[in-house]
Design a protein around this ligand. Structure first.
Ligand code: F6P
Length: 473
């Protein structure tokens, strides 16, 4: 038995080393989650995803790949991929599911491309599937896939997990009818459909009831071929990895460099992919409002703002970058001086040790998405604070805020109050910091990524086995 794991991105990156092309495993949240689970449980794994390299490159270099799992790249025609990924997945679904309906750019060709990409992947999975395999489908790119697979492989064990929010009925209904039906029926092809929070579960079940006319019993929908359980499975991180990184000599060295550089200041830190859902402009406005309202903090605080490039081909992302850079310029221009820049801005990715050094130097982590399925940065910040110092300021619009109850909660749309919360976080005494960190760390040590994956996969298998043992539906 093997796990067939399907996500848009493959968990490997292609690097040019001098003149050589090398494939190495990559370490995004999803890849870390799935790979650490399969390593611990010693499960065999085949990963199916869309190739961002060409067939020849893979065929010529695949033997150099050092991961202990199989890779099955799917090659999509450039135009099809553009319509599937850039337009339907990211300019329709991403926008709508994050409550930005006015950013939606729906068109028929993009929806057709989405369906075709799901069909191509379904066919590839059915070719490598062997009876007993467990199929794990990830995210909004592949919501049609569980139904397509159920048709091709009626007895398969299929779990579907959505890594972004599922919106409420009033937002979801904006999609044209055929797309709505395709998505809901598609997800219901699985034995288990998982979401980050109960709110998302309720939104999904309400949409199914209202739009497909099906009713559920204890969050289980019965269909002719199988039943589908709907549940909440908040994703998490490898707690030990982040917690123990505090003591790495490389991290300690970088941390003392950062602290030395800002020795007379408090540090506010944030790191995000560049995305309009992350509330980066709201965060900058709140910081500006804080500096205006509490001038005594000027020159005594610095905001280290790290933004990781993402989806650069999509117009809304390019626009957002300019808006952020204008805000940084405005704040530094109006409030800074030759000795002090209030915002230190970096538009690049950060490697692991540097990230931990930044987390563990920061007095405050300011995390303010306007909508986020989970937000793993919040969990990483808390886990990495082995010294039990630091304060997490966290938006109520994130899945993580449902779990990290000892964070200082903010509404990212309320910049005055967020400014006040920043001041409160900077003033928090060490005893209070320690108490809050300890509680959150205890929670995360238990609710880590292994628990997430194990619960999800065990429940998928249980749901499938239960149906097979039961009388015909
Ligand atoms: O959070 C959803 C997600 O699709 C992740 O799986 C992914 O790592 C992230 O967004 C970045 O998106 P992309 O793969 O489009 O760069």
């Amino acid at each position: 038995m093997k796990i067939i794991n399907i996500s848009y991105r493959l968990p490997l990156s292609v690097k040019k080393q001098n003149t050589k092309t090398v494939f190495t495993p990559s370490s995004g949240g999803l890849a870390t989650a799935v790979l650490s689970y399969t390593q611990k449980s010693e499960q065999k794994l085949t990963w199916v995803g869309i190739a961002d390299f060409d067939r020849n490159t893979w065929e010529n270099h695949k033997n150099e790949f050092e991961g202990n799992f199989e890779i099955e790249p799917v090659y999509l025609d450039r135009r099809l991929n553009r319509n599937f990924y850039n337009i339907f997945s990211n300019s329709v679904l991403w926008a709508m599911f994050h409550y930005f309906p006015s950013y939606m750019e729906y068109n028929e060709a993009a929806f057709e491309a989405y369906k075709s990409a799901n069909e191509i992947v379904a066919k590839r999975v059915s070719e490598i599937y062997e009876p007993g395999d467990l199929i794990w489908v990830h995210d909004y790119h592949f919501m049609g896939l569980p139904k397509l697979l159920r048709k091709l492989l009626p007895d398969a064990q299929i779990g579907f997990f959505l890594h972004i929010p599922f919106p409420n009925f009033e937002i979801f209904r904006i999609l044209p009818s055929k797309a709505k039906r395709y998505i809901l029926e598609g997800i219901l092809g699985s034995n288990l459909a998982g979401f980050h929070t109960w709110d998302n579960v309720i939104h999904f079940t309400e949409c199914v009831e209202k739009l497909l006319g099906l009713s559920h019993r204890n969050f289980v929908f019965s269909q002719d071929t199988h039943r589908t359980r709907i549940g909440s499975y908040p994703i998490s991180i490898d707690f030990e990895k982040f917690h123990n990184a505090y003591d790495k000599p490389e991290v300690a060295k970088l941390r003392s460099e950062i602290r030395e550089l800002y020795q007379d200041k408090k540090i506010i830190f944030s790191v995000d992919r560049l995305d309009y859902t992350k509330g980066i402009n709201n965060r900058l406005s709140a910081f500006e409002s804080f500096l205006k309202k509490y001038p005594e903090w000027r020159e005594k605080v610095v905001f280290l703002l790290v933004i990781v490039p993402s989806r650069e081909e999509i117009t809304k992302y390019g626009e957002r970058k300019s808006m952020i850079e204008q805000s940084v310029g405005r704040i530094n221009g109006a409030m800074g001086n030759y000795k002090w820049s209030p915002v230190v801005y970096q538009y690049q990715s950060v490697e692991f040790d540097k990230l931990i050094a930044l987390y563990t130097s920061a007095d405050v982590a300011l995390i303010s998405p306007v909508r986020d399925g989970m937000n793993l940065v919040a969990k990483e910040y808390v886990a990495s604070r082995k010294d039990l110092r630091g304060v997490l300021v966290l938006s109520l619009m994130t899945g993580a805020s449902k779990e990290l109850q000892e964070a200082i909660a903010i509404n990212p749309f309320d910049k005055e109050l967020t400014g006040y919360r920043i001041a409160q976080a900077l003033d928090m005494d060490e005893k209070q910091q320690e108490k809050r960190m300890r509680h959150m760390q205890k929670y995360l040590a238990k609710h880590d990524v292994f628990r997430w994956a194990t619960r999800f996969l065990t429940d998928t298998i249980d749901m499938h086995d239960h149906d097979n043992k039961a009388q015909p539906l």
